[in-house]
Design a protein around this ligand. Structure first.
Ligand SMILES: Nc1ncnc2c1ncn2[C@@H]1O[C@H](COP(=O)(O)OP(=O)(O)O)[C@@H](O)[C@H]1O
Ligand SMILES: [Mg+2]
Length: 400
């Protein structure tokens, strides 16, 4: 028999490849997480911007500082100039003026999943940017990383291999037979005021097997486990964001059962649109199947978001038009365009909202922020519509 012109690739060689790849990743991480280096939020706002964020005039802020309701603004000890306000400072102002946007206790907390069974469509990107958008407005946010690849965990400043113990810190213990009954153990504060994180790492993948085994062994419906867990921490947050893994598995199904609403990112190209169409088809069938075991659940809203859209590609424009025609009521009006700014931030395990310095004054940055803000505001309004205590304000803002 004639032999292949290519030599076979042995397991040993694959091992070598894997080792080389992880060395590169270790180096990247060493750079990003230098010893003792902790990610910090370096955003600073001047009084005009702070006034804008708080919803009161800068004069009222100065008055409150003068009469002691607010601390005096920080100054640089060397130059004597004001250093600007941090997000925590702005939130303290909101508290003093009663303009924090929290839901009322009687409003339901919102569990929002950014869901699509396809990878690379921008789920984690949206989760991180939307979480930070909400935190900038003063909401109390929890981000739940349900993906063992843990990209969201990394963006929020943790090294999944070093800072996260799979036996203790992720969702995994909660899914295990005889595990904790309350998800509080997994909540971590982040360097973003008002964003808590339930981190992930590779060990979370074992939850897939755990679930399958429990379903078979105990004959119980375990796919509501995440939903039940979130019930135990819900009252501390306005919004809980779920970042699912990019595959149809037990964790993704648990996310579908736990969510109160879905946003489905879908890049307008043929391949991704094809898999989104497939996702929607499966979604119906899957939800029906889940309902037979665990009871029906309705969503407050399900919206499709065109992501990674490139206006200069006629194919993108054509598919986007088709999406608008096929789902006239289901598309978000705003679009998350493809932007080098998002990619550049991601390369440093960061978001566009965290960037400071000269890069933030470029046109690309401003444009990218405008897309992000528009998408995020639109989803924020949808969430507020589910909160009766926000209805009067939404009417005043002309949004209801
Ligand atoms: N609007 C965008 N513009 C440019 N790059 C993007 C955009 N959205 C996502 N990306 C990039 O695409 C890649 C996959 O995105 P990610 O959010 O991780 O997808 P998913 O979570 O669906 O797998 C990342 O490198 C991310 O930086
Ligand atoms: Mg992801």
């Amino acid at each position: 028999m004639e032999q292949s012109a290519l030599p076979p690739v042995s397991l040993e060689e694959l091992d070598k490849l894997a080792t080389r790849a992880s060395t590169v990743i270790d180096r990247l991480r060493d750079r990003l997480y230098a010893p003792g280096a902790q990610k910090t939020l370096d955003l600073r706002f001047n009084v005009k911007r702070a006034a804008d964020m708080v919803g009161r005039s800068d004069k009222l802020i100065r008055d409150a500082e003068a009469d002691g309701r607010l601390p005096m603004p920080e100054k640089d000890p060397n130059t004597g100039r004001r250093t600007g306000y941090s997000l925590a400072d702005v939130n303290r102002m909101r508290q003093v003026f009663g303009t924090l946007p929290h839901r009322a206790d009687s409003d339901p907390a919102m569990v929002l999943a950014i869901q699509n069974f396809k990878g690379g469509v921008g789920k984690s990107t949206m989760v991180c940017h939307f979480a930070q958008h909400l935190a900038l407005q003063g909401y109390r946010v929890c981000v739940v990383d349900c993906d063992s690849q843990a990209s969201t965990t990394s963006v929020f400043g943790l090294n999944p291999d070093v800072d996260v113990d799979e036996e203790e810190d992720t969702l995994y213990p909660f899914f295990r037979h005889g595990g904790p009954q309350d998800l509080s153990y997994a909540l971590r504060a982040t360097y973003w005021p008002n964003i808590a994180l339930i981190p992930a790492n590779l060990g979370l993948y074992d939850a897939e097997y755990e679930f399958a085994a429990r379903m078979a062994r105990e004959q119980v419906f375990v796919l509501d486990r995440l939903r039940i867990g979130l019930e135990t921490i819900k009252d501390r947050f306005d919004v809980i964001l779920l970042d699912p893994p990019p595959a149809l598995g037990m964790l993704s199904l648990s996310v579908l059962r736990a969510a109160d609403a879905l946003v489905i990112p879908a890049p307008p190209n043929n391949i991704d649109f094809g898999s989104t169409a497939h996702f929607l088809k499966m979604l119906g069938a899957t939800l029906n199947e889940l309902a037979r075991h665990g009871g029906t659940r309705d969503y407050a809203f399900v919206k499709i978001l065109a992501t990674k859209m490139n206006d200069s590609k006629s194919a993108h424009m054509a598919i986007k038009r088709m999406m608008d025609a096929v789902f006239p009521l289901d598309m978000l009006q705003s679009v998350l365009k493809d932007s080098a700014e998002i990619d550049n931030a991601a390369a440093n395990l960061s978001t566009v909202y965290e960037l400071t310095g000269p890069a933030t004054r470029t046109e690309t940055h401003k444009r990218c922020r405008a897309y992000l803000d528009a998408v995020n505001r639109e989803i924020e309004v949808l969430i507020r519509k589910t909160w009766p205590s926000h209805h009067a304000r939404l009417r005043k803002e002309g949004l209801l």
